[in-house]
Design a binder for this molecule. Structure first.
Ligand code: NAI
Ligand SMILES: CCCCCC(=O)/C=C/C=C\C/C=C\C/C=C\CCCC(=O)O
Length: 336
């Protein structure tokens, strides 16, 4: 995948900057935008020093503003002729500004995805990768930030729904959601006046810990890898190489095996949390018919049911909570 042209939104700092650096390290060219112009320029200067003037460019853009976003995207195409990877990362967390939260975290992600899809399906070389940054708050309810959580659920629902479109596969466009746990960036700083129940927010963050960036070996930034975390109940399926991934008992332990359960391997074993990526690319039009895979992990058993194609991931929280109590974890990868 290296040697591609990538766009990253909201990359003046934080995860967006980390994604940008990871892409640059692979040899991609990156054009990033941000509403924070001063920070954007500073980041651009720093990255240019490390990766070369021609490989990285910052353009100011507020993704909430439709015309600005469209212009930004078109300017990237004018400069580099193409966009191969689109990372819709810009996001805020502010329950007092819930409408803006939805506008940036969800509406702009939809807009960015559509801009990318329209371009990717028409370009002569065809295809591309869209990475929509959701959150673990996109797969579970979080009482202290309901609007944020709704926006992140929306990102997953939008991405999964598009992933079901045969048109996407036909045009070789892959759409992926990245669902990080708490990461040590500005979004979680000074949350007191931006969340309902700051004490609970602090307690939860303390309990779960923070991801550290840059992540060792760039594991979380390697978009092709589908991994999971936080608790042992997240399982992911990578439709590109058919691997199944599941977490261990501790944060940061990620295992992988083949779809038939063979070759179970621990690919990450660290004491810090890592990110969950839901791979929404249901490219498997050739049937993966009824598998039942059982793993015997060290502490607990994990059962994965693959039903029929296309593959998608459904996590039922109430069932999960019940099974956690029983120390027995069951995951459903449903046909939809
Ligand atoms: N840090 C965390 O714990 C987690 C973060 N995320 C998501 O990761 C993404 C990146 O967040 P972080 O790097 O953590 O936060 P951050 O606050 O460090 O970075 C967000 C960046 O987006 C930019 N931005 C905000 N509104 C914008 C707009 N309208 N137009 C253009 N740029 C805009 C900001 O200026 C900033 O540079 C967000 O979508 C966030 O929801 C998801 C899960 C966990
Ligand atoms: C403080 C807001 C952080 C925003 C950044 C973000 O997206 C981080 C998400 C990380 C995890 C969120 C998911 C789960 C939190 C775990 C349990 C919450 C349950 C407690 C409750 O809400 O009642």
């Amino acid at each position: 995948m290296s040697g591609k042209v990538a766009v990253v939104t909201g990359a003046a700092r934080g995860l967006g900057r980390a994604f940008t650096e990871a892409l640059l390290k692979r040899g991609d060219k990156v054009c990033f935008c941000d509403v924070d112009v001063q920070q954007g320029k500073q980041t651009e200067n720093e990255l240019k020093k490390n990766f070369g003037d021609d490989n990285v460019q910052f353009l100011p853009c507020d993704v909430q503003k439709d015309e600005e976003f469209k212009d930004f995207f078109n300017r990237v195409i004018q400069k580099y002729n193409t966009v191969d990877i689109m990372v819709n990362n810009a996001g805020i967390m502010n329950e007092n500004q819930w409408r803006t939260t939805i506008d940036i975290n969800l509406t702009a992600v939809i807009h960015g995805s559509l801009l990318a899809m329209n371009h990717m399906k028409n370009k002569s070389t065809g295809g591309g990768l869209i990475v929509n940054v959701s959150s673990l708050a996109g797969v579970m309810p979080v009482s202290f930030c309901p609007a944020y959580t709704a926006s992140k659920h929306g990102v997953i629902a939008f991405s999964r729904s598009w992933a079901l479109q045969p048109e996407l596969k036909r045009n070789r466009i892959r759409i992926t959601c990245l669902c990080p746990s708490f990461a040590d960036t500005d979004i979680i700083k000074g949350t007191d006046d931006r969340v309902h129940g700051p004490e609970l927010a602090r307690m939860v963050m303390k309990q779960y810990g923070l991801m550290v960036f840059p992540y060792p070996n760039d594991q979380t930034l390697y978009f092709e890898i589908v991994v999971s975390t936080l608790n042992p109940y997240y399982v992911a399926f990578d439709s590109e190489n058919s691997h199944l991934y599941w977490t261990g008992r501790t944060l940061g332990k990620i295992n992988r095996c083949n779809p038939n359960g063979s070759d179970p391997t621990t690919i990450v074993d660290v004491s810090i949390p890592v990110a969950l990526t839901l791979d929404t690319h249901n490219s498997t039009q050739n049937s993966i018919a009824l598998h039942k895979v059982t793993f015997d992990g060290k502490a607990n058993q994990v059962v994965v049911n693959l039903t029929a194609w296309p593959i998608d991931i459904e996590i039922g929280m109430s069932v999960i909570y019940m099974l956690i109590k029983l120390k027995y974890y069951r995951y459903h990868i449903m046909s939809v």
